[in-house]
Design a protein around this ligand. Sequence first.
Ligand code: FAD
Length: 469
Amino acid sequence: MIFDYDLFVIGGGSGGTRAARISAQEYGARVGIAEESRMGGTCVIRGCVPKKLMIYGSNVPAEIEEARGYGWQDAQVGDFNWPEFRDKLALELNRLEAAYTNGMVDAGIDVYKKRAHLIDQHTVELSDGARFTARYILIAVGGRPAMPGIKGEKLGLTSDQVFFLKRLPKKILLVGGGYIASEFATIFKGFGSETVMVYRGDQILRDFDREICSHVTKQFSDIGVDLRLCVTPTIIEKDGEGIRVTFSDGNIEAFDDVVFATGRKPYTSGLGLEEIGVKLGGNGQIIVDEWSQTSVSTIYAVGDVVDQVNLTPVAIRAGHNFADTIFGGVRKPCNFSQVASAVYLRPHELATIGLTEEVAAEQGQIDVYVSSFRPMRSLFSGSEARSVVKLLVDVKTDLVLGCHIFGPEAGEMMQMAAVAIGMKATKADFDRAIAIHPTVAEELVTMRKPTRRVGIPAVAIEMDINALY
Ligand code: FAD
């Protein structure tokens, strides 16, 4: 059978664009790609990129305050002009979107700025009715914000709208306890909004190491984020120009904006997947094997739509591996059980790889090395903020099973620790490295004595080191 394309990709985000470009540019495949919204996807348009720029922007007052601590006594923050920042951000996103589109076109890929759905195992249809056949179809449609189902929730926003607000809210409510809610709390507080964050559970960032999370909670209190645990909004109503929220504890309060960061769901509805036999899981995610292949042999899926590790570098790696495997003749499986990640908070970020203390202690016996200290830079300017560096080491094998850092630019430090841990570094390897002084990162290689030993004696922990990325 002759197909219009070797590969048709649905979704022009992180995973889809990488798979399309490598397939076309490196391996000469004939590729078409459909994008219903803006090329670049969540990360570039509504996620990592605009969020990190907002983190930088919102941290300026703290930097000015630090400057005063270094003797720049007249340093003043001045006024923040949200519309100016927002419009500049929009221009930057336009630039990136154009760069993504041009990257596709330059690689010889046909770009269709349309929604696509499946007709059968080799055929897609665009929203204008055009149909194309392809030997393989890759679904990379990502996810969408999930709403909790609260009365009046439509009056609230999601992360998709937050970057384009008409005006900066004087008082904002963030609903959720994950990294997105936490980062937006940091951002709006930094910009000067009165910031309330509510979460239904008793601990935010629940997949992260508990000890480190307690420092995040303290940091919120130090910077003035009003974090309320075990509380949910129950009714949301219009209140003049603002929004009135009734909470589960009976409290009623007015806000300028309410933002729901209550999870994300794979965006599989209306794609025609089940109709042609593609199996979905309970959250609507596409079920794939380690080769990203679905239950229909010609259809593959990568990125947030498979709902495994919902991060940009994972979507990119899966898209790349797909192209190498299918068109490059080099079989590369996807196994992302251990991935380093960061939560961009201020003044201190949280970054992590590997097991948490809680999980490791359930599996075997570990030595826990913890160093908590006030970094030189902020200490000098008068800040009380503490950094924490934590290593979890298997007592039997000396392997470093987990590394958690709460500190300035922790994400930057963690990237290199991830290389070492991916190479099966032992605590002795960490100790062998000579410290770079004076840095925060030197704590990683100078912790001599364990703070405590926990877990099940004499059991070595099985960690799939080959799965580390
Ligand atoms: P997406 O990037 O979501 O791309 C999917 C694309 O498919 C979209 O452009 C969509 O419009 C398009 N599409 C959907 N359906 C169709 C259809 N039927 N036809 C045509 N096109 C369609 N990750 C990190 O690693 N670091 C971070 O700091 C980070 N911060 C984030 C902050 C926020 C606020 C959010 C929401 C996410 C963040 N993420 C971060 C996660 C990251 O953005 C995603 O993991 C990543 O974008 C997933 O890539 P993807 O290719 O699977 O999907």
